[in-house]
Design a binder for this molecule. Structure first.
Ligand code: HEM
Length: 187
């Protein structure tokens, strides 16, 4: 596929002196495969929904679509991390190709462990809060119905009749106009 010709010369691994080759080749290779696999998985999901919309003018609400779609968020982050591994590990040992080695660019600053520790602590707190707060809110919603005026402002909260969060699964999809013969929509 490279160059779209069987005569294209592909510059390969052996063109790089061994001392200048990145380590962990298998990691680079598997990360690239993971990124591609997840990318095609996400593309397939989008194509499935696109196809369904084109022919039925409706959102897919079957669990066969919703479960992979929910996992799609995690998959996109995983693909991003895998892509990052491909470039970061793949460019070793250079930080600037043929100009500066990573080993020559490492900072001699002594405060790095402290700032790293502060940032790790900060992000640990943010992680706990951003998972914990929605969990607490969800538990509160399940415990009781909100006052009627609140209920209007919480579309995913429990129903105002006090039944608590619907156990029947995800909320109904937004109403979507059905396919018509092309004329103006009925009111
Ligand atoms: C499915 C088809 C995909 C192909 C063919 C592809 C291809 C590539 C290639 C060739 C690179 C290396 C670029 C370089 O040499 O600097 C790369 C990097 C990257 N990819 Fe993908 N990718 C795909 C899907 C995805 C998806 C779905 C995501 C994330 C949602 C993603 C995120 C990234 C990231 C974050 C990098 C690193 C960019 C950088 O640090 O410069 N890729 N991808």
């Amino acid at each position: 596929m490279v160059g779209f010709s069987p005569h294209t010369r592909v510059i390969g691994w052996d063109s790089v002196p061994p001392a200048q080759r990145p380590p962990l080749v298998t990691l680079i290779h598997l990360s690239f495969n993971l990124m591609l696999g997840l990318g095609f998985f996400l593309f397939a999901l989008a194509a499935w929904q696109g196809w369904w919309w084109w022919f039925h003018r409706r959102l897919l609400v079957t669990a066969w679509f919703l479960v992979p779609a929910a996992l799609g968020g995690v998959a996109a982050v995983a693909a991003m991390e895998a892509g990052w591994v491909v470039t970061e590990v793949g460019r070793q040992p250079w930080i600037v190709y043929r100009v500066l080695l990573v080993s020559d660019a490492v900072t001699p600053a002594s405060g790095v462990p402290v700032t790293l520790g502060v940032i790790l602590a900060l992000y640990a707190i943010l992680t706990v809060v951003s998972i914990g707060v929605p969990m607490i809110m969800s538990r509160r919603w399940r415990q009781g119905a909100p006052a009627e005026e609140d209920a209007e402002q919480v579309p995913y909260g429990p129903s105002p009749n006090g039944a608590g969060a619907s156990p029947a699964g995800p909320p109904a999809p937004p109403a979507v106009p059905r396919a018509s013969s092309g004329g103006p929509e009925a009111p």
